[in-house]
Write a protein that binds this ligand. Structure first.
Ligand SMILES: Nc1ncnc2c1ncn2[C@@H]1O[C@H](COP(=O)(O)OP(=O)(O)OP(=O)(O)O)[C@@H](O)[C@H]1O
Ligand SMILES: [Mg+2]
Length: 311
């Protein structure tokens, strides 16, 4: 198994609802459901790796409040060297609506303060040599993102393949955000985007064509994955070949972080040496399980996926 790491945004999510849109200012609504949980792309992927039973490193930070303490406790061993920033922890309050939509209110909190020097001090490049680093939350981690060049240099030095999932930019896919993302992809060996992101980034409506277009900007042998919600996922492999996996029909309780859970399953399978189609299928299977269970479960450990594929 090749080593795995995730770098980026971990925060606290408080999910409340359902509430029919939208209350009048100054009123109070009683809702049936609440859940306080680890959120953020890096947090979601790390939880999924825990559940798959794989080893990994996580480079993240927290704020100096109770939420920060709580967040670190979710990763007791792996959060030991996380920096505590001199601000409150980023908190995202998600209000669910009866039609499945959600509205988020998020504080800026600790995420913009994560720096490359902090990340480098949390990760041992030699231990991670030959492995994969999932880079997330590009539009939230301002200080780190400003230093991505140094991060890519560090990864190259240790032969660590960077897998990028930027997440959706707060100000949308402006020309500047698209250009920045394509610039980062030039240094990444994997792209893990969803369908709307892939087609918006490239201006091409067909996800396969869009994936091939992104791959053309990336280093030789790059893999481009397109996550397609209820339609599963496709990938253009290192050799340019197309793999595609359908998603099982499940009854969805909550799709928050579906893409991050997929990323965790896909990369764990890749690190274990499974073929590309089996990696897609591992990602889809654990994402399906996660979005259809309450409390959230991720299903089987990675070892049982390995047995099934004989890898
Ligand atoms: N409605 C759904 N029905 C079945 N499977 C789903 C559904 N939504 C997501 N999935 C599964 O989760 C995977 C990732 O979801 P999606 O394509 O929505 O990624 P994403 O948009 O990056 O998610 P995120 O909102 O976390 O950023 C899909 O490839 C699929 O396997
Ligand atoms: Mg996503």
């Amino acid at each position: 198994m090749r080593p795995l790491a995730v770098v980026g945004n971990a925060n606290v999510d408080l999910i409340l609802g359902p509430a029919a849109p939208w209350p009048k200012a100054g009123t109070e609504i009683i809702v049936d459901h609440d859940e306080l949980r680890v959120g953020g792309c890096a947090g979601n992927s790390a939880l999924a790796w825990d559940s798959l039973g794989v080893d990994y490193a996580i480079a993240a930070n927290v704020g100096n409040d109770q939420f920060g303490t709580w967040l670190r406790q979710a990763f007791p061993e792996r959060s030991r060297s996380w920096p505590v920033e001199n601000v409150g922890t980023t908190l995202s309050v998600g209000i669910t609506h009866p039609d499945g939509e959600r509205t988020f209110f998020t504080t800026r909190g600790h995420l913009p303060l994560l720096t490359f020097d902090e990340v480098r001090s949390m990760l041992d490049g030699e231990t991670l040599r030959g492995g994969y680093a999932l880079l997330t939350g590009s539009f939230l981690t301002d200080a780190l993102t400003a230093d991505y060049d140094r991060f890519f240099e560090w990864a190259d030095t240790h032969d660590i393949a960077v897998a990028l999932d930027t997440g959706w930019p707060l100000d949308g896919w402006t020309e500047a955000n698209c250009a920045a993302t394509v610039g980062w992809l030039k240094r990444c060996r994997l792209a893990l985007f969803n369908e709307v992101e892939t087609t918006t980034l490239t201006g091409l409506s067909d996800p396969i064509e869009a994936a091939r277009d992104l791959k053309a900007h990336m280093p030789e042998g790059a893999i481009v994955v397109v996550k397609r919600g209820p339609h599963g996922a496709i990938a253009v492999g290192a050799d340019g070949g197309l793999s595609s996996v359908a998603a099982p029909a499940v009854s969805v309780v909550d799709t928050i972080g579906a893409g991050d859970v997929f990323n965790a399953g896909f990369l764990a399978a890749l690190a274990a040496g499974m073929p590309l189609a089996a990696c897609l299928s591992t990602g889809v299977t654990i994402a399906s399980e996660a979005i259809s269970t309450l409390p959230r479960s991720y299903g089987k450990p990675l070892s049982s996926f390995l047995q099934e594929t004989g890898a």
